[in-house]
Design a protein around this ligand. Structure first.
Ligand code: ATP
Length: 367
């Protein structure tokens, strides 16, 4: 097991800053996800940790040892790629045994011991019946397990995984998510997992680093990212459908601070207003509200906002109702089977306890 630490790491490719002053502190035995859109620098960070790229600035530590100049094979890490990278001419047995055979002398390991370890890890992943087959005779899910077995057989200090489930169909992907997580917890190997799929990261990770344009936007547990996103980017990236963002303005009525949005107003808590003044935020802000914290009523209730239904989307387990709020379309979650007609007049109820405020200029979370 091992800790992994990145301190102010920068990696440039020509004019592109792929990794921009990244600081990460990954704990022993942690399942840590790097999450972000395409081109945000996830793979480059993984390759830097693996030693397949070298940082232009900053330091990388594995277990408090500076590894900037340590060769990949001496870092005691194993990497699983999206395309599995199995050797096509070798059998499953030979593929799994390969990392041990390649280091036979270094590891001082006998052929018997190699066989024992390969069979053990194949058993653990339920692929012992496939050991004599070639990769081309396996399904995607089976190939994926072989790639995992090959990474596991060496019992590395750190596991690096780059979208290892993205070639599997949706059903198998869900199954493998649970299986990978279970395996990781059982073995306790520090795992750094790259994905652009927020649902995958949320369901597997102990903690997640959200990346955009090479920069870390926020590091936190899935709950922290969901409930307290530190900026508009994280709020929009985590959760399906994403958080609604409604442009509003802070003003005063009878000397009291208020949030003024198109079609509704809300008195602003004095303490939050002080915070806004202190940071020089506003007057333009966004109010962020998750679809499950908005509800729809056919009758007016105190504080509800009159609006009309644009369209409803039935998702089986729930219904998403799209309504207009000023010039912004917002999504509200309704129970399954609920039907509204297009253009129907309804009332929107906002759970104000759950509303987040973001500064429009910096896009940072205010409160
Ligand atoms: P994806 O999800 O699409 O794999 P990513 O988040 O893993 O994306 P990276 O592959 O790390 O992103 O790329 C980050 C940036 O660095 C991108 O702009 C990419 O074009 C650039 N980049 C990565 N590798 C190289 C390279 N070898 N040469 C030039 N540019 C590169």
């Amino acid at each position: 097991m091992a800790k992994v630490r990145l301190v102010n790491v920068v990696k440039r490719f020509g004019n592109v800053v792929a990794v921009d002053h990244v600081n990460l502190d990954i704990s022993d035995g942690e399942f840590f996800c790097l999450l972000g859109p395409s081109g945000s620098g996830k793979t480059t960070i993984l390759r830097l940790i693996a030693g397949l790229e070298f940082p232009d600035e900053g330091d990388i530590y594995i277990d408090d040892k500076l590894v900037n100049n340590v060769h990949p094979k001496d870092r005691d890490i194993a990497m699983v790629f999206q395309n599995y990278a199995l050797y096509p001419h070798m059998t499953v047995y030979e593929n799994i045994a390969f990392p041990l055979i390649a280091r036979k002398r270094q590891l001082k390991i006998s052929d018997d011991e190699i066989r024992k370890r390969v069979v053990e890890v194949a058993n653990m992943l339920g692929i012992e019946h496939l050991l004599n087959r070639k990769p081309s005779q396996l399904s995607g899910g089976e190939q994926q397990r072989v790639a995992l077995a090959r990474a596991l057989v060496r019992q590395p200090k750190v596991f690096l995984m780059d979208e290892p489930l993205s070639n599997l169909d949706a059903k198998l992907r869900l199954l493998m998510r649970a299986e990978l997580k279970r395996l990781q917890k059982k073995l306790g190997i520090t795992t750094i997992y790259v994905t652009h799929d927020q649902a995958e990261a949320m369901s597997m990770a102990d903690r997640i680093a959200v990346l955009n344009k090479g920069r870390v936007q926020q590091v936190g547990t899935p709950d922290e990212l969901y409930n307290k996103p530190s900026n508009v980017f994280v709020a929009g990236f985590i959760g399906v459908p994403p958080m609604n963002m409604i442009p509003c303005r802070i003003d005063h009525r009878d000397k009291k601070p208020v949030i003024i949005c198109e079609g509704f107003e809300k008195i602003l808590d004095e303490d939050i207003y002080k915070e806004i003044e202190f940071h020089g935020y506003g007057p333009e802000i966004f109010i962020g509200i998750r679809p499950e914290h908005l509800s729809i009523s056919r009758e007016a209730v105190p504080g509800s906002i009159p609006t009309e239904v644009l369209i409803t989307e039935s998702l089986g387990s729930e219904t998403i109702v799209n309504v207009k709020l000023g010039n912004t379309m917002v999504k509200a979650k309704a129970p399954p089977g609920v039907k509204y007609n297009m253009g129907e007049k309804v009332y929107l109820i906002v759970d104000w306890n759950k509303v987040l405020l973001f500064d429009a200029k910096t896009e940072n979370l205010i409160a």
